[in-house]
Design a protein around this ligand. Sequence first.
Ligand code: ATP
Ligand code: MG
Length: 342
Amino acid sequence: MSLLDVKNLRVRYDGPRGPVWAVDQLSFELSAGELVALVGESGSGKSTTALALLGLVPISGGTIETGELWYEGRNLLTLSEGEWAKVRASEIALVFQDAASALNPYLTIGLQISEVLETHRGLSRRDARKEAARALGDVGLPDPEAKLANYPHELSGGQRQRALLAMALVAKPRVIVADEPTSALDPALGLHVLELLERERKTRGAGVVLVSHDLELVAAHADRTYVLYAGRVVEHASARELFAAPWHPYTAALWRARARLDGERPRRLAAVPGNPVDLANLPAGCAFHPRCELARERCRSERPELSGVLRSDARMSLSAARRAACFEKESLALERPLESEP
Ligand code: ATP
Ligand code: MG
């Protein structure tokens, strides 16, 4: 049974150029102990999805038009703000993409982490401080005791990001949503963060939703990956299959664009050729068709549904749960053998 089950989520923002649907018909599942990755270009709806999992879309100015978010037999999208307060942090925690604005600038790091521990784990002020220092050490911050007295602006960007992760982990939530938790970190620290998430999964069965532009990291650590384009899932598969043999031309383009500069992990996803999609003015048919080398007449007028591939060779069993929204996926699926793994 899944830990989290998102069904048909649709989120609208009313912008200056009219409404945009940042997330559209998005469904995904997360099992206990599983790491599911959300990948896609900037503006594809990853953070909006992350906010939706925490009931924060209305606060960010958006509207949930449709959707269900099932957790422990309850559709969380029907909860009142008061009920959400009991779920947030203790059951489902979010490591925000923007650590600087997610931390309160007027409170010390120690106070902010202690508050989570006092509220959600019932610790005394003294025990909470001890535990907060331990948590900061755990995420690799040097001199954690001293860091407790620091204000967010006194930490570097990478340190703030890790303090935020520490704050999310201390309440031992069953679901951890981590939005680009390694973007401000060098590769060694990024790996450390992934190891911490790994530990939460293995030791207590937490489920992790990871948003990351680092596709190598995703390929190495995710169980399953959902690829987003213009707010829709265009492909999902096990991380192993996905990048070894993409079915969607967009997934293939993302993988090709992951190029490392100077052998370093890129801080941002390198650009996929063509103009990024304009949500306020979506093209007819497949939203990716203006940038797609394989686009045909049908792609310009008809929107492909997310579906599997009908074929009955030996690879079928591995591919049973795979889906892609592309009219050409059959030929792509056959073209690229699974042997050519990354
Ligand atoms: P990135 O990789 O840059 O973090 P993302 O995939 O997280 O991108 P989102 O932040 O979810 O993308 O944004 C999806 C779309 O929704 C974008 O077009 C964005 O401009 C729009 N959007 C996001 N937040 C708001 C908001 N509060 N008000 C209006 N539009 C918004
Ligand atoms: Mg984002």
